[in-house]
Design a protein around this ligand. Structure first.
Ligand SMILES: NC(=O)c1ccc[n+]([C@@H]2O[C@H](COP(=O)([O-])OP(=O)(O)OC[C@H]3O[C@@H](n4cnc5c(N)ncnc54)[C@H](OP(=O)(O)O)[C@@H]3O)[C@@H](O)[C@H]2O)c1
Length: 275
């Protein structure tokens, strides 16, 4: 049995689908099973971080999203026979990182708690998700102009299903214990280029209008916890004109090249169309 936290998330949902397709039993955790819309073949269980004991009966593997304090969950997992935990960490954890950055703190803390847990572990450290482009979806549904910060900010966005594909291999193949996998998409693209690419997929000409980061409020970043926004904008500023890290890890581990941003936009075209 493989326990998947964040099972309704971008990566978690894709991983649940993959594990079920591979014929593996999956326990999918969500705080709200009624709204989760998870596949019937998954065992859907309410995630109560304060009562983790009930989550792990019969489980051998855990796919974990970083939590502010994962220690009780890890202790319960070990007690119930889980052997291997695969963490969805972040590329922000690296040599020379700003260790005070809140996103670093969250993921580095989870990594440390896992190293201390006595469980075998594998850390996935993806950089920017292609799903971050969904921040522009409300504007694109309304019109042809996208207001955003740092038009020339560069990243190598990764498709959520490529992260899930790597997680699937790590969970099912074994041999990745103690490994840290840095994951990126296949090529660099700027924020303005991403908006243009979404426009091409939709058959529309979209314009990226750069705004002053000081004017960027939470409405432009619905997926970002408001206390983190300031530091995140500072991180975005550092991406302007700077070539991003690009790794070949997705292809090395899955045998299939990482999908391009254009492919991601095709897969998500419906998210940008008016219903
Ligand atoms: N976005 C990026 O560029 C990027 C880059 C590197 C790493 N990451 C990391 O990747 C993760 C996000 O992945 P994603 O996009 O797949 O996530 P997501 O779509 O935001 O989904 C996260 C899921 O976790 C559950 N969840 C949210 N808050 C929770 C809480 N406080 N306690 C327990 N469960 C909670 C939610 O499920 P329920 O509501 O059903 O419980 C939600 O569906 C984060 O850890 C992030 O730091 C992101």
């Amino acid at each position: 049995m493989i326990v998947v936290t964040g099972a309704t998330g971008n990566v978690g949902r894709a991983l649940v689908d993959r594990l079920l397709a591979a014929g593996r039993p999956v326990r999918a955790l969500t705080r709200d099973p009624r709204r989760a819309a998870l596949p019937e073949a998954a065992e859907v269980v309410r995630f109560r971080p304060d009562d983790p004991g009930a989550l792990f009966a019969g489980a051998t593997h855990l796919f974990l999203y970083a939590l502010p304090d994962a220690a009780p969950l890890l202790a319960a997992a070990r007690e119930h026979g889980v052997r291997h935990v695969v963490l969805l960490s972040s590329g922000i954890v690296r040599e020379g990182a700003d260790e005070t950055h809140p996103i670093h703190v969250m993921h580095a803390t989870a990594e440390r708690q896992i190293r201390d847990s006595g469980l075998a572990w594998t850390f996935l450290r993806p950089n920017a998700f292609a799903t971050n482009a969904l921040q522009w979806a409300p504007q694109i549904r309304r019109g042809d102009t996208v207001r955003g910060v740092f038009a020339d900010g560069l990243s190598a966005p990764i498709h959520e299903d490529d992260i899930a594909a790597v997680a699937e291999r790590v969970l099912l193949d074994g041999g990745h214990e103690g490994a840290v996998h840095r994951l990126t998409g296949p090529g660099a693209t700027s924020n303005a280029d991403q908006v243009a690419t979404i426009g091409e997929v939709l058959g529309r000409k979209l314009a990226f209008v750069e705004i002053d980061p000081a004017e960027a409020g939470p409405e432009l970043f619905p997926h970002v916890p408001p206390p983190m926004l300031g530091r995140l904008l500072e991180s975005f500023a550092e991406t302007v004109g700077v070539p991003p890290e690009i790794t070949g890890t997705v292809e090395e581990l899955t045998g299939t090249p990482a999908r391009t941003f254009a492919r991601w936009a095709e897969d998500h075209a419906g998210d940008f169309r008016t219903p």
